[in-house]
Design a protein around this ligand. Structure first.
Ligand code: FAD
Length: 421
């Protein structure tokens, strides 16, 4: 017998799970958010450094900020939104990358995206790398950009799925941290932290949610854990749901990690300008100088490079960053930087990666992953979003959609007349 009994269990308290629980709780449904970590937020994680700056180790940008629900939530919480242009929309620093080369690269990138759109909309699903122009000198850097956008190189990415992503082109930040906002949105919700769900038994009239601390009985469940954990079958469904697992396997989590470094003499640089470590390869970091005007560098590593660095431990990121930065700015530069913080999302057991992409031929998996089962098992999380995947606002939307599906299912169940004997 289950030791606890609620109407709806939400598994996973990231952006999606919090959004779902908030909607259900505010609608008067008895729900419980069950989270494996000792904190809310999942891949939304803000830490405060020794200087009091809020550092987003996971999501930081309010992408499509003009329609991003977290923007209004942040404003309601009294947080400050920074609307200054992101570094990728400004000229880069010119060390090893002249203005003329930047222009040439910008044009190559634009033509690549135009070809990718054409390929995605006019052929069967193919790897996005098909759109690379053979022999183009910028292919390495164009691939590096893929590792920052999707966490993997273009040959891994479904052209159709990438084409489905919708971006308004407006990108803002929250000074207090997007992770802070997402966590605060969960304040006051019924939640059980540090409690891993191991599986769901859906044979009986009521669901049995198996957790490390005993079973919970529920009418419905929203599963809002990363697709990577479903794909690796770290979560048992009884009876099994092979089509759901196959959908998750079509949506691996790419890898991206951020390293924050303190920078001495930061005033020498403009705020929010970027520098690529190298411009002739995919395996390079991109360094954002003075993010939000702070005396720091925010370094970003993606794809195979990030996986290799993760295998070397936290220190490998800083060593790699210093080698690239001194290569461009001179050996003395190593004395001006100190590591502050890094989070390795690939070895984090509750994410196993950073954000989802679809493998070539698997663009339909997002809908399959999101589809409810038996009107009792509902699915949410960024990987379920067809147009806003890989983002915190996509996660929010899937959470709200799943909660609305639960509300509709509960209404339908209440309408079914009881049979009198
Ligand atoms: C380095 C990095 C940079 C990013 N940058 C941006 C950005 O700038 N803008 C943007 O919009 N997005 C960005 N993202 C992506 C964004 O963070 C995610 O898309 C979003 O936070 C995912 O939310 P989610 O709720 O789907 O999943 P998660 O946040 O992963 O939440 C799932 C939750 O489930 C929990 N869980 C897992 N297994 C179990 C279990 N068995 N039992 C119970 N709980 C479990 C996890 O601990 C986690 O809390 C970034 C991510 C990373 C890693």
């Amino acid at each position: 017998m289950a030791s606890d009994d609620v109407e709806v269990v939400i598994v996973g308290a990231g952006a999606a799970g919090i959004a779902a629980a908030r909607r259900l709780h505010d609608s008067g449904v008895g729900c419980l958010l069950v989270e494996a970590r000792p904190r809310l937020g999942g891949r939304a994680l803000t830490v405060i450094d020794a200087s009091g700056f809020a550092l987003d180790l996971g999501c930081g940008w309010l992408h499509s900020a003009d329609r991003n629900p977290w923007r209004d939530i942040a404003k309601r919480q009294g947080a400050s939104i920074d609307e200054s242009l992101p570094s990728w929309m400004r000229p880069s620093l010119e060390f090893g990358f002249s203005r003329a080369e930047q222009h040439e690269f910008g044009e190559a990138m634009e033509s690549f995206f135009a070809r990718l759109e054409h390929v995605a909309q006019n052929t069967s699903d193919v790897p996005s790398s098909v759109a690379l122009e053979p022999g183009c000198r910028w292919n390495g850097l164009i691939n590096a950009v893929s590792t920052y956008i999707s966490g993997a190189e273009w040959d891994q990415i479904s052209a159709k799925d990438f084409d489905h992503y919708q971006d308004s082109g407006i990108n803002w930040r929250v000074v207090e941290g997007l992770g802070t906002v997402i966590r605060a949105h969960g304040a006051g919700l019924p939640v059980r932290l540090g409690c891993r769900v191991t599986g769901i038994d859906h044979r009986g009239k009521r669901l049995r949610i198996e957790t490390a601390e005993g079973a919970i009985a529920a009418d419905q469940v929203i599963i809002a854990i990363p697709a990577s954990l479903l794909a690796k079958e770290q979560f048992a469904f009884t009876p099994a749901l092979p089509r759901k697992i196959a959908a998750a396997q079509g949506l691996p989590l790419g890898l991206d990690d951020k390293l924050f470094m303190a920078l001495d003499g930061a005033e020498e640089f403009d705020s929010d300008v970027r520098l690529f470590g190298h411009t002739d390869r995919a395996a390079t970091g991109v360094y954002q100088f003075r993010p939000l005007g702070r005396p720091q560098i925010e370094a970003y590593f993606g794809g195979k490079l990030a996986a290799e660095l993760e295998a070397g431990g936290d220190g490998a990121f800083f060593d790699f960053a210093v080698s690239e930065l001194t290569g461009l700015l001179g050996s003395d530069f190593s004395r001006r930087v100190k590591p502050i913080q890094i989070h390795r999302w690939g070895v984090d057991p509750f994410s196993l990666g950073s954000y989802s992409y679809a493998l070539p031929g698997f663009a339909d998996c997002r809908r399959a992953l999101a589809a409810p089962v038996e009107e009792r098992l509902f699915f949410a999380g960024e990987a379920c979003s067809v147009n806003d995947f890989s983002t915190a606002h996509g996660a929010w939307q899937t959470g709200v959609t799943a909660a609305d599906q639960v509300l509709a299912a509960r209404k339908n169940a209440a309408r079914v007349p009881s049979v009198s004997v």
